[in-house]
Each structure stands twice: as structure tokens, then as C-alpha cells.
Design a protein around this ligand. Structure first.
Ligand code: RP5
Length: 166
């Protein structure tokens, strides 16, 4: 049996972004959503970015998760070249702790949207959850898995705090 065609594209500006972006991939694995991953740099591989963004929809992708750090132009440039929803993840930079990444991604001009998540691992995880939520609108089985995951997260929260193990 062939693998399901990926509906989610996870792209990132550098290999160094993978530690963060893996959090998006991990939650999609947990929820059973097929995805593809690719390093696409707006600055170092601009032709790869153009090819990726312009063919994303015709290749069957439904949502793009784009993570980058510093002068993080990848999500915005991808959004400029595809009608698909683009979720932007600001990767935590060494110099400015990701504030530069956040501002680079979030301040898009009206007309070219990027749904911007939190800086770092939480943002990547939530981008994966949001992408799954979008796909769940068209997939009842996935909607059920997402509901179950959310319930297990709720169930895992204790009523009272305990002292950490010494
Ligand atoms: C950005 O520059 C990447 O998204 C990465 O977050 C940052 C640093 O890249 P490397 O110098 O680690 O390759 O393009």
C-alpha cells in the first residue's frame, strides 16, 4: 500500500531550525497526519523557495508550516507565492532570543497573511496542532483523534501541585 500523500508541508530556513520544527512533526506523527519536511532558505536557496511555494498547492499540500529565525523572511515569502494557509514559527535566535524572528514573521502587510505562532518549541507544536485542526475540518477520523488528544492533555493535569522529587 502506498503512503498517504502529505497534506502538510513543514519547511525551515536551516538544518539548525529542525530541533524546533521537529515539535510540529512530532505532534503530527502522534495525530497520524502525513507531512513532508524540507530545508528551504529564503536567503540561501531562493530558487528552491520559489519552486516549493509555487507548486505546493498543485502537489496536494493543504497547509504549510514555515519556521525560520533571525531575519525570518521564509514564512512571508512563502505566503506571497501560494494561496495555501501558511503558519509561521519564529525560531529562537541566539542574538535576540527570537524577538527578531517573531517581528519578522508577524508584521505582514495587509493582504498577505501568515498565521504567526509563539517563539520556539511551543509555537512549532501549536503550528502542528493548528494544521491538524484545519485538516480535521475535512476529516472526521482525524477530528476524533484530535478530540481524544485534547482530552488526554486535560486529564493529565493534576488537581493539586506536588513537591518535585528530591
Ligand atoms: C535563518 O537563519 C534560519 O531559519 C535559522 O534560524 C537562522 C540561522 O541559520 P544557520 O546559520 O544556523 O544556518 O535563515
Amino acid at each position: 500500500m502506498s503512503e498517504p500523500r502529505p497534506a502538510i508541508g513543514i519547511i525551515m530556513g536551516s538544518q539548525s531550525d529542525w530541533e524546533t520544527m521537529k515539535n510540529a512533526a512530532d505532534i503530527l506523527d502522534t495525530l497520524g497526519v502525513a507531512y513532508e519536511t524540507k530545508i528551504v532558505s529564503a536567503h540561501r536557496t531562493p530558487d528552491r523557495l520559489v519552486e516549493y511555494a509555487k507548486t505546493a498547492k498543485s502537489r496536494g499540500l493543504k497547509v504549510i508550516i514555515a519556521g525560520a529565525g533571525g531575519a525570518a523572511h521564509l514564512p512571508g515569502m512563502a505566503a506571497a507565492m501560494t494561496p495555501l494557509p501558511v503558519l509561521g514559527v519564529p525560531v529562537q535566535s541566539r542574538a535576540l532570543k527570537g524577538l527578531d524572528s517573531l517581528l519578522s514573521i508577524v508584521q505582514m502587510p495587509g493582504g498577505v497573511p501568515v498565521g504567526t505562532l509563539a517563539i520556539g518549541a511551543a509555537g512549532a507544536k501549536n503550528a502542528g496542532l493548528m494544521a491538524a485542526g484545519i485538516m480535521a475540518l475535512m476529516d472526521d477520523a482525524l477530528a476524533g483523534r484530535l478530540d481524544a488528544w485534547r482530552q488526554s492533555q486535560t486529564d493529565a493535569v493534576a488537581e493539586e501541585p506536588v513537591d518535585p522529587a528530591s
